[in-house]
Design a protein around this ligand. Structure first.
Ligand code: NI
Length: 222
């Protein structure tokens, strides 16, 4: 899936008459996603690096990690990233009752809404575990991934970057974790390498939009 860059640019040009110098080439695109944070030091460093590279990403945050990191949530919003929910206590949602599911999502949702003034936060279920009940209960699209460098496993920056570069394709959703400094290093190196190859970084929402998908509650996207 390749798209025109136009949709990322401010709406200042007449449709069909792009301003001079605008990219008209098809660019491959990829969505970096970060789970399990925020973590004060690592997430701040990641946000700094992504801002420098003008690379938006998507953060699926754990609700019980928000306290003390409110400024990072606001930065995510202000700097063009997408924010999603990874439950309040990083629990397997398939093991929850309906009331507990609603609590795990609802508490996180309320915190994020109070900090950002926004209302819609998509869900990434921990461990990617979903079942029919969860798909019925949720009022959000369920976001999985297509590239998993297992950055939590060995914290080996070179291996993680190598995995991403050898597996990534246009339209991929990459799974990482912004709680490890090694993952931050690997993510920023991967951004540098892929931008040099012509890749464009987008949020999950932008990626699905570019695919022509209208996300539905309870549907899985990867
Ligand atoms: Ni997780």
């Amino acid at each position: 899936m390749a798209v025109f860059l136009l949709f990322l640019l401010p709406e200042r040009q007449t449709p069909g008459r792009p301003a001079q110098g605008e990219a008209q080439v098809d660019m491959p695109m990829v969505a970096l996603t970060f789970d399990d944070g925020p973590r004060t030091d690592a997430t701040a460093r990641l946000l700094d690096g992504l801002a420098l590279r003008e690379a938006p990403a998507t953060f699926f945050v754990v609700g019980n990690r928000i306290a003390g990191n409110e400024d990072l949530i606001r930065r995510m919003r202000d700097e063009g990233h997408q924010i999603g929910i990874h439950t309040f206590d990083h629990v397997e949602v398939t093991k929850l009752s309906r009331p507990d599911f609603d609590l795990q999502v609802g508490k996180t949702q309320a915190l994020l809404a109070s900090l950002t003034g926004e209302g819609e936060f998509w869900l990434r279920p921990p461990y990617g575990k979903v079942d029919d009940s969860v798909r019925q209960w949720t009022d959000s699209p369920l976001i999985l991934w297509s590239v998993d460098p297992e950055d939590w496993k060995d914290h080996d920056v070179n291996r993680i970057v190598g995995h991403i570069l050898s597996h990534v394709q246009d339209g991929d959703i990459i799974l990482m974790h912004d709680i490890f400094n090694s993952s931050v290093d690997a993510a920023l190196q991967a951004v540098d390498a892929l931008q040099a190859q012509g890749y464009c970084f987008v949020t999950v929402e932008q990626l699905l939009e570019a695919r022509g998908i209208r996300p539905q509650a309870g549907e899985l996207y990867r």
